[in-house]
Design a protein around this ligand. Structure first.
Ligand SMILES: NC(=O)c1ccc[n+]([C@@H]2O[C@H](COP(=O)([O-])OP(=O)(O)OC[C@H]3O[C@@H](n4cnc5c(N)ncnc54)[C@H](OP(=O)(O)O)[C@@H]3O)[C@@H](O)[C@H]2O)c1
Length: 284
């Protein structure tokens, strides 16, 4: 069995990557500790000691508003931390897998972004992730950048949108949900399977990797209530202007798996069926 090293293994995507990659690779760190990616020497040693074929780099500062209020920490982790991981890959000749985001685009497009649209981030999180992309493509010959969007997953550990709707719909008779920002909700298990299936091809480069669809948060919340059978809670459409956030958000974050489509390799299903499977198997 070949070795794979995963940074950010305890995060939401890491929890999906672990069992899926564990079927085909020996996954490190075996103790599931998360060594600080900002420590250049430490992360290089940790990665190279296990002689990985692939390094799946998930560790990131993902709190978008937190990145806006502490840009130094955002660039330290998301950009320079990514550079440290890339340098380790260079040193031990591993292929790097980086997960980027639809927030690298400015959100002014009317339909989902492809890999050929020009990044122009509107917030620090998006920029710090984009600078990570640039560093990887500058430093490495062997890398995959998979950009994704609005991840859901994690089951009982879920603290993101699906879990919040579950919790609040159980307590309130009305929920206000914004209907004017758009994304591609994507199941972490589907993303992990797609990454596993694709990295063996050796077709290095940038790929968008999302479940099919372009929807607003209101539509996602509606679908969650339908699948879960919550009937006692009414959803009310509101504008994002009613919920001012610290970091500006792009209006459009949805992605299209255009490179996969061109290769005839887009295996990602529609977001509704992925969400239904997640809720039925992990939350109900
Ligand atoms: N969630 C989304 O919707 C989404 C969409 C597109 C792309 N992505 C990207 O996908 C990747 C995984 O996202 P996720 O949702 O799984 O994130 P997550 O749940 O926030 O997990 C990130 C992990 O990285 C760890 N980490 C943070 N700083 C670190 C450091 N300096 N050294 C080592 N580990 C550190 C965190 O540990 P602590 O919790 O202890 O800080 C956490 O376990 C990220 O690169 C993210 O940018 C996410």
């Amino acid at each position: 069995m070949e070795n794979v090293y995963v940074t950010g293994v305890k995060g939401m995507l890491g929890r999906a990557i672990l069992p899926i990659f564990g079927e085909r690779y020996k996954v490190f760190p075996a103790n599931l500790e998360e060594p600080d990616i900002c420590d250049t020497e430490l992360i290089s040693r940790e990665i190279c000691d296990c002689d990985p074929r692939f390094v799946i780099h998930l560790a990131a500062m993902t709190d978008v508003d937190g990145c806006q209020t502490d840009p130094d920490q955002a660039y330290r982790i998301n950009t320079l931390g990514t550079r440290n991981v890339a340098l380790a890959c260079q040193r031990c000749d591993a292929a790097m897998v980086y997960i980027s985001t639809g927030m690298v685009y400015d959100g002014t497009k009317e339909n989902p972004y492809t890999e050929y649209d020009r990044p122009a981030p509107v917030n620090i999180y998006g920029d710090s992730k984009y600078q990570g992309e640039l560093i990887i493509s500058d430093l490495l010959p062997k890398y995959f950048i998979f950009s994704s969007c609005w991840l859901f997953g994690g089951g009982m550990e879920d603290k993101k949108f699906v879990a919040k709707i579950f919790e609040r719909a159980g307590k309130s008779s009305e929920l206000k949900i914004v209907d004017d920002t758009f994304g591609s909700p994507t199941y972490t298990t589907d993303l992990a399977r797609a990454i596993l299936a694709f990295i063996e091809t050796g077709l290095y480069g940038r790929y968008h990797c999302v479940n099919g669809g372009c929807v607003n948060r209101f539509e996602v919340a509606e679908e969650i209530l339908r699948i879960a059978g919550f009937t006692g809670c009414e959803l009310k459409r509101v504008s994002s202007a009613d919920f001012p956030l610290t970091a500006p958000r792009p209006r459009m974050e949805a992605l299209r798996n255009y490179n996969f489509e061109l290769l005839g390799l887009d295996l990602m299903r529609d977001w509704r069926s992925a969400l239904e499977e997640y809720i039925r198997t992990a939350l109900l």
